[in-house]
Design a protein around this ligand. Structure first.
Ligand SMILES: [Zn+2]
Length: 297
């Protein structure tokens, strides 16, 4: 079976070149996946509707983004200027994760080439995250009765604090975040399960901790999984403080994807963060998610 992968050219928003966020990665990753033969043709998402967005964000906040009226202080907290192109990107990338999650229901595996904006909360964006695409897609699946119980496996180096905030009173969405304790955000929120890792952790220890936790997670019953596959755990990442190798990231992705695929639980993979010193390396690392899914499916 061919892996369904969702991409839109508008994922590459126009922001100043001096912005530290590597926004060009979304286009470069799409090109790389085509060149490597992982994808023949992408699924093209539409903008997420306001109705669907409202399941996870306040209408007040959605309108401030849509109308570009967000306070400068709050724009700074996000790290992107709220211009036409960023607004378009925010709606279409969220629509992308919703579409990928729907595709995963049939194919068991599907991926977005963006997504994992896990710092956005109900009424505020932060840390390069405008809308919380995984939260929106998770609530969409539950509201449509496509899923009863969802697990979010967040392995980005930063805590998925937006997800834990949005789902703190939702017994049907379990948030699991395994992150570096000393990385952003300084003030962590409380996920259902938080695994805090110490600085400079290397492959063997990291993968052992992951493996043990997946075994625990397998004791619960889920019918859908979102996987936030951030590659900012890499040893050459500019922001992440862990020391995971290329091979470690590849093994991590493989372990997670196989764990759920073997149990017939649909998994939607999203990108998460990555700020590698080398742009080429960053694309290679992000593509491991899609390559591993394509090999397993
Ligand atoms: Zn991150």
């Amino acid at each position: 079976m061919k892996l369904p992968v969702v991409n839109h050219p508008d994922y590459v928003a126009k922001i100043n070149e001096d912005n530290k966020f590597p926004i060009q990665k979304f286009g470069a990753l799409a090109d790389h996946l085509i060149k490597e033969g992982v994808v023949k043709k992408f699924y093209i998402p539409q903008e997420c509707s306001i109705e669907t967005m409202k399941t996870s964000h306040s209408l007040n906040y959605i309108n401030h983004i849509r109308n570009k009226t967000l306070d400068m202080k709050l724009q700074k907290k996000i790290g992107f200027p709220i211009n036409d192109s960023v607004v378009r990107r925010s709606f279409v990338a969220t629509g992308g994760t919703v579409l990928a999650s729907k595709l995963a229901l049939d194919s068991k595996l599907a991926c977005n080439t963006a997504g994992g904006s896990h710092h956005a909360t109900f009424d505020c964006g932060a840390g390069y995250c405008v809308f919380n695409d995984v939260a929106v897609a998770a609530n969409y699946l539950k509201n449509k009765s496509y899923s009863k119980k969802i697990l979010i496996v967040d392995l980005d180096v930063h805590q998925g604090n937006g997800n834990s905030e949005i789902f703190k009173n939702d017994p049907n969405t379990l948030t699991f975040s395994m992150h570096c304790a000393s990385n952003y955000p300084a003030k962590k929120s409380k996920s259902d399960i938080d695994i805090e890792l110490k600085d400079h952790m290397e492959d063997e220890e990291y993968l052992n901790i992951l493996y043990k936790n997946l075994k625990e997670l397998n004791k619960n019953k889920y019918d859908f999984v979102f996987y936030v596959a951030g590659v900012d755990i890499h040893h050459e990442d500019r922001l992440g403080k862990l020391n995971i190798s290329d091979d470690g990231i590849n093994k991590r992705d493989r372990i997670v994807i196989e764990n759920f695929y073997s149990k017939n639980i649909p998994l939607c993979g999203v990108l998460g963060g990555g700020y590698n010193k080398s742009f080429e390396k960053l694309i290679e690392l992000h593509s491991m998610l899609h390559k591993n899914c394509a090999e397993i499916i």
